[in-house]
Design a protein around this ligand. Sequence first.
Ligand code: ITT
Length: 202
Amino acid sequence: MQARPRLIVATRNAHKTAEIRSMIGDRYEVLDATHFPQCPEIDETGTTFLENARLKALGVSRVVEGWVLSDDSGLEVDALGGAPGVWSSSFGGEEGNHPLNNARLIREMAGKFERRARFRCTMVLARSGEEVAHFSGVVEGRIIEVARGSEGFGYDPLFIPEGYSETFSELGEEVKNSLSHRARALAQVADFLRDLSRGESN
Ligand code: ITT
C-alpha cells in the first residue's frame, strides 16, 4: 500500500483531530500540533473565524513541513445576536471549559422562544507559511434547554441539527460526521487536495 500523505491539523483540540481523522484518515495520515513540540501557542486575536483560522494555519505551517489545515469553529445563536461565535471556546469564562460554556448557554437561553442556531467551521489550508485556500461549512439547528447525550464535545449536547430530534451528542459520531459544519468544510478540502494531486500527476 502507498504511504498516505501527511495532513497536519493546526489544533490542540483532540476532539477536532479525532473527527477529522475519522473522516479522512483512510486517505491522509492525520497528525496535529501536539505531535510537533516546535508548534507555537497561537493567540487567537482575530475577530472572525477566517482571521483566526489563518493565524493558526500560518503559525503552524511556518514551523512544520507539509500540508497544514486549521479549523476555527463555533456556535452562532440567533437569540444571542450570533454569540458566542468566534468566542465559543471561552464563553463560560475559561478557555476550553465545555461544562462552563454549556452552563452559560443554558442560562442565557432560559425562557427564550427563538432557539435557532448554527455551527460554523472555517478551514485554512497552508504550506510553507503561505495560505493556499480556505473553506467553510455550516450546519443549521436549534438549542435545547437541557443537555442530552454523551458523545462528541463542546456544545454538542445542546444542539439538535435541522431534520433531527436528537442532539449531536445523542446521534453519535457517524451521524455527526455525515452532516456537521466540520464535515462540510472538510469535504471541500478533500476535493481540493484530490484535484491538486490529479493535476500534479498529469
Ligand atoms: P484549537 O484552537 O486548538 O483548534 P479550540 O477548541 O480552541 O481548539 P476554536 O477556537 O475553533 O477551537 O473554538 C471552537 C469552540 O467552538 C469549541 O471549543 C467548542 O466550544 C465549539 N465547537 C466547535 N466545533 C464544535 C463541535 O463540532 N461540537 C461542539 N462544539 C463545537
